[in-house]
Design a protein around this ligand. Structure first.
Ligand SMILES: NC(=O)c1ccc[n+]([C@@H]2O[C@H](COP(=O)([O-])OP(=O)(O)OC[C@H]3O[C@@H](n4cnc5c(N)ncnc54)[C@H](OP(=O)(O)O)[C@@H]3O)[C@@H](O)[C@H]2O)c1
Length: 322
């Protein structure tokens, strides 16, 4: 089978396509023939070694954290029928944080706990390849970190990236009264389609706009998917008793805490229940996820370049058998 590996940290050039023996299923594993693998910013941070998790990567290593595909087998201790994913059925999943086995490959051994059946008669496996990591991140940020309450107003920075496109509808389903979302002007329509209220940070002063939209009160919650230029000015648009959640894990929360604002950094926490909620939401049309590009496996580097630009829209996925 083919897979994408790195044997050193560096620029997209270090990504190599190689032939390899398919993996064996260890205890608790399911073997999946991967249809599409999802790309995420963590992948290029692992590739260039800048992620705190890169130290846990044993080189050469296969990159990638999530995928969709079809079940082709399992270890003896896994009852596929009981899990609702018999051989041949479609599944999607995301590796938990400590599992460094990668996903940019034609076949993967995936822990059964990290997989979920894909519902529906003719599911679009491209979208399911990008649903699990961004979706469980959005769920964790909303439910565990922000603890958004019905009727509250939310400001999202980065509303049309992978996480943002799921966060906006999930927040509205959780009862948010309003979701203001920053993004470039060219992405405003997409934010509107998702139910958010776009603020074009490249055309107007977003902080002034947030204050005018909330009559000077500010928002109850900020979920910041960008961080670099947005975190500090966000502290001035948070209402009394509000909170801020930074999703990029390098975030320094001290400036918020010094001002008495409750602040946290998200550490995505997937579970079977969360994956099921995402699958049902996507299948029913409540969680539409835009797949902006489908690239052949060998062009993973091109996908990394788009993500590194900081302006990816929706998800980029790799077609592993192309
Ligand atoms: N801690 C965790 O567990 C965890 C999990 C998943 C992701 N993450 C991190 O969360 C971040 C977002 O992930 P993602 O997958 O959504 O990334 P992404 O798909 O690459 O999206 C990036 C978004 O940032 C927006 N953006 C860029 N500059 C901006 C600015 N100045 N103001 C507001 N928005 C801006 C872009 O929108 P425009 O094109 O409109 O500018 C785009 O929507 C990444 O840093 C990722 O590593 C952390």
């Amino acid at each position: 089978m083919r897979e994408i590996i790195i044997d050193t940290f560096g620029t997209p050039d270090v990504l190599q396509l190689r032939e390899s023996a398919p993996p064996a299923a260890g205890p608790g594993d399911v073997l999946v023939s991967v249809a599409f693998a999802g790309l995420n910013p963590i992948d290029y941070k692992m590739r260039d070694g800048s992620s705190g998790q890169a130290k846990n990567l044993e080189l050469p290593a296969v990159l990638g954290r999530e995928m969709s595909g079809h079940v082709i087998g399992a270890a003896d201790d896994v009852d596929l029928e009981a899990l609702g994913m018999p051989v041949g059925s479609p599944v999607f999943g995301v590796r938990t944080l400590g599992d460094m086995r990668g996903a940019y490959a034609e076949t993967v051994a995936f822990s059964a706990h990290d997989l979920c059946p894909v519902p529906g008669a003719e599911p679009d496996l491209r979208a399911y390849a990008g649903l699990a990591l961004a979706g469980t991140t959005a769920q964790t940020a909303l439910e565990d970190d922000a603890r958004l309450r019905p009727g509250e107003t939310l400001l999202v920075h980065g509303g049309t990236g992978g996480v943002g496109q799921l966060l906006i509808p999930l927040a509205l389903q959780a009862g948010a009264a309003r979701v203001l979302a920053t993004g470039r002007a060219e992405n405003a329509e997409r934010i509107r389609e998702l139910g958010g209220e776009p603020i074009a940070y490249d055309e107007e002063d977003w902080a002034e706009r947030v204050l005018s939209e909330t009559r000077g009160r500010g928002v109850d919650v900020v979920i910041d998917l960008h961080y670099f230029t947005t975190f500090l000015p966000s502290l001035d648009v948070i209402a009394e008793g509000g909170r801020i959640v930074a999703v990029p894990s390098l975030a320094d929360l001290a400036p918020a805490r010094e001002r008495g604002i409750r602040a946290s950094v998200t550490r995505m926490s997937p579970s079977r229940g969360r994956l099921q909620q995402l699958a049902q939401g996507h299948a029913s049309g409540l969680l539409p996820l835009e797949v902006a590009a489908v690239l052949p496996l060998a062009e993973a580097g091109r996908g990394h370049e788009v993500l590194e630009s900081g302006h990816a829209r929706g998800k980029i996925v790799l077609e592993t058998h192309a």
